[in-house]
Design a protein around this ligand. Structure first.
Ligand code: UDP
Ligand code: MG
Length: 314
């Protein structure tokens, strides 16, 4: 089996020497055990780094052909770098595993992923069993992120980031998703095929700094919701409905006050108008939004279906 590792790198000169050493050892062990073919590769994707990352990748490649490098013309972000790597290797490998350059995701899970692939699974999600080693801040924000995704109607695998194995067939299917607003952990479940999970413990970043500061994390969460779900638009329509219903309550209340005779002339009319109009307007925006949501989803040109098996006579 020809296994490719795809590793996006953005300003990762601090971790590359150690990362490449550990990965090479892992590969030697896997090849020695006959689990993966000798023609398997480790592919680094340089995402427009401003430090020596690319020079280091070139050196690694020169010293050992197991290492390969892909250089993007500029920084395009983690998701795009990952996609670039996967799409570049998809026709060469039997399966590809994506992982981060800092090796926070335990590389010993690769063995289990390969086993699952051999058993016939096409997508193997790496799932974090615990986040003990993450900082309190990272842990809470990340968990909040997964909950928010679920609440907003985005189907994701809980505690799974971008550490996963995909078979060539799954990669082929992934390539049919044309969208520019990439949120891979939302798209991969849409790809389907037989999938399973492998759990591991998430470690610390051993060198360098996180390339995902809070600002980028929030942007990423927004991207996830707005690129995968039109639920926020629906919420406007629901809000409109609620405000309109509330206006009926205001109407009854105004009439009661009027009968009791303690109101100013014209007050009831104004109060009810404000609520009723507000509700109708929100509802109307929600209806328009529903159509915009449809247009948005259409423009993504996602595949309507992906055939996984076709039984024929020959
Ligand atoms: N990364 C990238 N482009 C970017 C930002 C990050 O390719 O614009 C890569 C980075 O080099 C790393 C991975 O994405 O391999 C995950 O980043 P990081 O480990 O900093 O994120 P965290 O683990 O803190 O969420
Ligand atoms: Mg990391």
């Amino acid at each position: 089996m020809k296994l490719y590792l795809v590793i996006p790198c953005y300003n990762e000169e601090a971790v590359l020497p150690e990362t490449s050493k550990r990965l090479r050892e892992k590969y030697d062990a896997l090849m020695g055990a006959g689990k993966i073919g000798a023609d398997s590769k480790i592919v680094f994707v340089n995402d427009g780094s401003k430090d020596r990352t690319w020079e280091m990748i070139c050196e690694l490649h020169r010293a050992n052909p197991v290492f390969r490098g892909i250089c993007l013309s500029r920084n395009k972000g983690h998701q795009n770098a990952l996609m670039a790597g996967l799409m570049t290797v998809k026709d060469e490998c039997d399966a590809a595993i994506s992982l981060d350059a800092d090796l926070q995701d335990d590389i010993n899970a690769i063995d289990a992923m390969v086993d699952k692939y051999t058993e016939g699974y096409e997508v193997v999600y790496g799932v974090r069993s615990s986040r003990k080693k993450d900082t309190f801040f990272k842990r809470t924000t990340a968990q909040g992120f997964y909950k928010l995704m679920k609440g907003m109607g985005v189907e994701t695998v809980y505690n799974h980031a971008d550490y996963r194995l995909m078979s060539r067939r799954a990669l082929e299917a992934l390539s049919e998703f044309d969208e520019v607003n990439l949120f891979l952990r939302g798209i991969v479940p849409l790809v389907g095929f037989k999938s399973t999970e492998v759990t591991y413990e998430r470690g610390e970043r051993f060198a360098g700094e996180s390339k995902y500061p809070l600002k980028k994390m929030i942007a990423f969460a927004m991207e996830g919701i707005t690129s995968m779900s039109i639920k926020p638009i629906r919420m406007i329509a629901t809000l409109g409905m609620l405000v309109f219903l509330a206006s009926i309550g205001v109407l009854i209340y105004s009439i009661v006050r009027k009968i009791m005779g303690d109101t100013v002339e014209g007050w009831a009319f104004l109060a009810v108008s404000i609520w009723a109009l507000g509700g109708v307007q929100l509802l109307a925006i929600g209806v328009i939004g529903e159509y915009i949501g449809k247009i948005y989803m259409e423009t993504k040109h996602r595949p309507k279906y992906i055939v996984s098996e076709y039984l024929t006579d020959d």
